[in-house]
Design a protein around this ligand. Structure first.
Ligand SMILES: [Zn+2]
Ligand SMILES: [Zn+2]
Length: 309
């Protein structure tokens, strides 16, 4: 079912100087809230077991973030330079990745092992046997979006550990440390594509749309009714599952043939950019049938065929 936009881009936005450009979810809540949301969404869901296992994975991420060690971060001078030049300071392509993420991976793998099915257990054991060099190449491929020939079963766990590392850095530095990015559809903290977008409620962010990073959990502002991939304001449509609350829709663009999900906190204040994306796979299948490609990945459910290059 399609709905037509009832507002135009920028129509309800306050002057740009007053918009909080970046929102970083609180470090203590981000993965705990996601785990809770996954459990809530799992009730009566056809993918119940999968969602409950993903909740366990989010619990493990929460525990790994809580005990993440002190690691090198950019200096204030480097941060200032990045802000002045519109460059993300913690680019997943160029920031020298600290090996501490591999310790987080080991902890996550050990934490989820008891809840794993026999097939998943084999994947986890395979990960435990990989050496440090192999894990670094795996991480590089995930962060570069090179999903072909990847061990797709193991990818969510490696991605989960990388999310911890980048979320640790983003939450440690805080929203005020970062400036706008010259490329508005990539994360201004780490240059990753968004997993989904969210219309927030409350405070200065009320009714504003934010793109949600697929790696570091940062959310950054983008005006509504505009393609998050090619920035076209023409040919934008919204689709939802008929029987749903309408809290999650697919925002599609005729210009570039892509879609990204958009979530509405005023319809459900608990929507989560990752959890609600996983629980609305039916919407992805609907988009796939209509020939639209996703413009950003969910690293817990990588599909090699359905991601726009
Ligand atoms: Zn990011
Ligand atoms: Zn587009």
């Amino acid at each position: 079912m399609s709905t037509t936009p009832i507002i135009q881009p920028g129509q309800i936005e306050p002057p740009s100087g007053e918009i909080p450009f970046i929102y970083i979810p609180p470090r203590d809540n981000v993965f705990r809230d996601r785990a809770g949301r996954l459990r809530q969404l799992a009730e009566g869901h056809v993918m119940k077991d999968f969602l409950l296992f993903m909740a366990k994975l989010s619990d493990a991420q929460h525990a790994a973030l809580a005990t993440f060690p002190r690691i090198p971060l950019p200096t204030e001078a480097e941060m200032k330079l990045c802000r002045e030049h519109g460059m993300p300071p913690l680019s997943v392509q160029s920031w020298p990745r600290d090996i501490a993420w591999q310790a987080a991976l080991k902890k996550i793998v050990a934490d989820v092992m008891p809840a794993a099915t026999p097939d998943t257990r084999k994947i986890l054991l395979r990960l435990q046997e990989m050496d440090s060099i192999a894990l670094e190449s795996f991480a590089t491929a995930i962060l570069a979006g090179e999903f072909d020939e990847m061990d797709l079963g193991a990818a969510p766990f490696v991605a989960a550990a990388l999310q911890i590392y980048w979320t640790h850095m983003a939450t440690t530095l805080g929203a005020q440390a970062f400036g706008a990015n010259d490329i508005s559809n990539l994360c201004p903290v780490c240059t990753s594509p968004p997993v989904s977008s969210i219309i927030r409620i409350g405070g200065a962010e009320n009714a504003l749309r934010y793109l949600c990073c697929s790696v570091c959990n940062t959310q950054w502002h983008m005006v509504r009714v505009k393609c998050t991939n090619c920035e076209s304001t023409k040919g934008i449509s919204y689709y939802m599952i008929e029987s749903s609350s309408g809290a999650v829709k697919a925002e599609t663009c005729e210009e570039c043939g892509t879609y990204l999900k958009i979530m509405y906190m005023d319809k459900d204040p608990l929507v989560d950019p990752v959890a609600d994306d996983l629980a609305t796979l039916a919407l992805d299948l609907m988009m796939d049938e209509s020939g639209k490609l996703r413009s950003g990945p969910n690293l817990f459910l990588i599909s090699t065929s359905a991601i726009a290059a």
